[in-house]
Design a protein around this ligand. Structure first.
Ligand code: PRP
Ligand code: 7HP
Length: 183
């Protein structure tokens, strides 16, 4: 294990098995529907890439990028769209794909925003759910893992833009955060 990790929370094998399972459930639920999966950059990029290949129904995908105002550790709930969808979602079956739902503020904003565009349906899929930190009530339709209130990195999730490329999901050692003020 890496020296900057406190522990491995989820191994590559556990993640792979879960993504396959999610893909199968989504394929069953959206059989005979035209599914548009919307990934939220950048965190969901790796999960999305694996998830779209684990579904066995025709699927289209698109991405949005958002940034929340507020400090790195504290979501304010005010979200700015940095990159919008390239197409209308009116009448489409949309599945919003996130890497993690934490306070829920990002997802709440996205759901409200996308709902105004009148999709035929709008559901959510997240690899990780951290319910202990929830500030906004949001419905998670497909969840990979419910995790405790620990800051995790890897498989798309970052700390200061680092660690996204790790294959496992790790809990970082506290020293890594404590260094933040010194940089
Ligand atoms: C992360 C994650 C979610 C959001 C969840 O994104 O990808 O979009 O935070 O947090 P919340 O439930 O408290 O709103 P982040 O803003 O870190 O950007 P990134 O995806 O580029 O890493
Ligand atoms: C955002 C985020 N990014 C990385 N790791 C976590 O635990 C996170 N929670 N919210």
């Amino acid at each position: 294990m890496r020296s900057d990790a406190e522990k491995i929370l989820l191994t590559e094998e556990e993640i792979t098995a879960k993504v396959l399972q999610l893909g199968q459930t989504i394929s069953t639920d959206y059989a005979n529907k035209e599914l548009l999966m919307v990934g939220i950059l950048k965190g969901a990029m790796i999960f999305m890439a694996d998830l779209v290949r684990s579904v066995n129904i025709p699927v289209e995908f698109d991405f949005m990028a958002v940034s929340s105002y507020g400090s790195a550790n504290k979501s304010s709930g005010v979200v700015r769209i940095l990159k919008d969808l390239e197409q209308s979602i009116e009448g489409r079956h949309v599945l919003l794909v996130e890497d993690i739902v934490d306070t829920g503020l990002t997802l709440k904003y996205l759901l409200e925003n996308l709902q105004t565009r009148e999709p035929a349906s709008l559901r959510t899929c997240t690899l990780l759910d951290k319910p202990e930190r929830r500030q906004a009530e949001v419905t998670v339709n497909y969840n990979g893992f419910t995790i405790p209130d620990e800051f995790v990195v890897g498989y798309g999730l970052d700390y200061n833009e680092k660690y996204r490329n790790l294959k496992d999901i790790l809990v970082l050692r506290p020293e890594i955060y404590q260094k933040q003020g010194e940089e």
